[in-house]
Design a protein around this ligand. Structure first.
Ligand SMILES: *Cc1c(COP(=O)(O)O)cnc(C)c1O
Length: 224
C-alpha cells in the first residue's frame, strides 16, 4: 500500500470524523497536528499543500534548520522538552508551546516572549504515563498553570499529555480521562491527547487536537 501524504491526511480526517460521530461529537472538532520531527522537508511541504495547517517539532536545532524551507502560514508547535536555556530560541521559532511542565519553564518562556514583544500560546504538559520522563504530575499541574497564567506574554490554552505505552486500551483510556479532568480544571481551548497509535482513545476522552507523526509521514528517519 503506497499512499501519498495527501491521501493519508484525507483518510485520517475521515476516520477522525467517523470516530467523533461514534461518540456523539460534532465532526471537524478535532484538529490534526502533523508531528514532523525526524522527517525530511519534502513530505512536510506536501502535507502543507494538502491542507495541513499546523506542525509539531521536538528539537530546537532541527526546527531552526527546517522552518526556513517550509511554506509560510504553518502554525508551529513545540512539543519537546523545554530547556530554559533554549527559551529564547523556542519563542523565536514557535507559535505554541505544548510542553510546559514546570514553573521555571513558564517563567523562562514568559520573560523571553515579553522581551520579544510576542504572545505565545502555552499548554501544560501532564504526566499520565509511567514511561514518560517529562510532564507535570496531576498534583503539580494547577501550579504550573497558574505560573503560565501569571505571565502577561503567555496565553494559557489547555493541556497536553502523552498516553501510556501499553496494549491495554482501557489503561490508555483511563490515563486520557485523567488528562481530560485536569483540562476541565485548568481551562483553555486545547486538549492535546492522542498520537498515531492511540488517537481513537484520545478522541473518546475529549481530545480537541491529535498529534500525528508516523501515521501521516511514515517512519521517522533517525539519521537526519
Ligand atoms: C513524536 C511525538 C508524537 C507523534 O508520535 P507518533 O506516534 O509518530 O504519531 C506526538 N507527540 C509527541 C509529544 C511526540 O514527541
Amino acid at each position: 500500500m503506497i499512499s501519498s501524504i495527501a491521501e493519508r491526511l484525507m483518510a485520517l480526517r475521515r476516520e477522525l470524523d467517523d470516530e467523533l460521530r461514534a461518540c456523539r461529537r460534532a465532526p471537524g472538532t478535532v484538529s490534526i497536528l502533523g508531528v514532523s520531527k525526524k522527517q525530511p522537508v519534502e513530505p512536510i511541504v506536501e502535507a502543507a499543500h494538502a491542507g495541513l495547517d499546523a506542525i509539531g517539532e521536538n528539537y530546537v536545532q532541527e526546527a531552526k534548520a527546517k522552518f526556513p524551507l517550509l511554506p509560510e502560514g504553518l502554525q508551529k508547535h513545540f512539543i519537546g522538552h523545554v530547556q530554559t536555556n533554549k527559551a529564547k530560541a523556542i519563542v523565536e521559532l514557535f507559535d505554541v508551546v505544548q510542553s510546559v511542565d514546570r514553573i521555571e519553564a513558564a517563567l523562562a518562556l514568559g520573560s523571553a516572549a515579553a522581551k520579544m514583544g510576542k504572545r505565545l500560546s502555552v499548554l501544560v504538559q501532564l504526566n499520565i504515563s509511567p514511561a514518560e520522563r517529562f510532564g507535570a504530575s496531576l498534583e503539580d499541574a494547577p501550579r504550573v498553570a497558574e505560573a503560565i497564567a501569571a505571565e502577561p506574554a503567555l496565553q494559557l490554552d489547555g493541556v497536553m499529555a502523552i498516553g501510556p505505552i501499553t496494549s491495554d486500551r482501557d489503561e490508555i483510556s483511563r490515563a486520557f480521562e485523567l488528562a481530560a479532568k485536569t483540562f476541565a480544571l485548568i481551562g483553555g481551548r486545547t486538549l492535546s491527547i492522542g498520537m498515531s497509535g492511540d488517537w481513537r482513545e484520545g478522541v473518546r476522552a475529549g481530545s480537541t487536537m491529535v498529534r500525528i507523526g508516523t501515521a501521516l509521514f511514515g517512519e521517522r528517519r533517525y539519521d537526519t
